[in-house]
Design a protein around this ligand. Structure first.
Ligand code: GL1
Length: 206
């Protein structure tokens, strides 16, 4: 979801950066690439590790709540115009072609965001951070999604903007189209700039 269908990855980055700043931990855009697709708790652990900071569980919970509070402020105004190029058209095309659609996200805010975008009804299943136990790069999120849809990984195409997500898709035996930079998402079967570059026919090559 974040960074594939909607431009919310930048708000996660902004909130994590603010949190890292508050802890005096340097946090770069390159490091952020390693957080994309990674759950809230695992993202915090990575940042603390980069800063060589050890905190107790209570403090960690407080920091995660703070990051989420900031994130929710940033996404307050999110609306359909924040969908990334081609998203709405592609969802429509898939629906018209009778192809099942699942959402696989590590975020616990996925339903809120999908409602703000007005596209929640496109999804036949939603598997998110509230349901899964193991964050990407573990394939649990996609395996659960495929099971819900009644399809095999080998007949499913995962769309991912995150290194951890591409790794998860490939580890689960899925085909994977990367959205973004082919140098970063080099494990994907195909990399495109946005969903604007994908058609139903693109899926038939797999
Ligand atoms: C969590 C992380 C975010 C991002 C998403 C997955 O979202 O906090 O930085 O990695 O997972 O796209 P959330 O905090 O909304 O559960």
């Amino acid at each position: 979801m974040d960074g594939v269908i909607v431009d919310t990855a930048k708000f996660h980055f902004k909130a994590w950066q603010r949190l890292a700043d508050s802890l005096s931990i340097p946090f770069t855009e390159e490091q952020n690439e390693q957080l994309k697709g990674v759950s809230r708790v695992d993202s915090l652990e990575k940042i603390l590790q980069w800063g060589n900071l050890e905190l107790n569980n209570q403090k960690k919970l407080e920091l995660m709540e703070l990051k989420n509070k900031w994130y929710l402020e940033y996404v307050e105004e999110v609306n359909p115009s924040d969908m990334l190029p081609g998203t709405f058209q592609f969802l429509n095309e898939l629906k018209n072609a009778g192809i099942k659609i699942g959402l696989g996200s590590s975020s616990k805010n996925s339903i809120l965001i999908l409602k703000k975008l007005g596209i929640i009804d496109f999804f036949d299943t939603i598997v998110d951070g509230n349901i899964i136990h193991m964050s990407k790069p573990h394939p649990e999120v996609f395996l659960k999604g495929a099971k819900d849809l009644g399809v095999e990984p080998s007949e499913t195409v995962v769309f991912e903007d995150a290194i951890s997500g591409v790794q998860a898709a490939k580890a689960g035996g899925f085909h994977c189209i990367g959205i973004g930079d082919s140098n970063i998402l080099n494990l994907a079967d195909l990399v495109v700039k946005s969903l604007e570059d994908v058609k139903v026919e693109t899926l038939h090559q797999f």
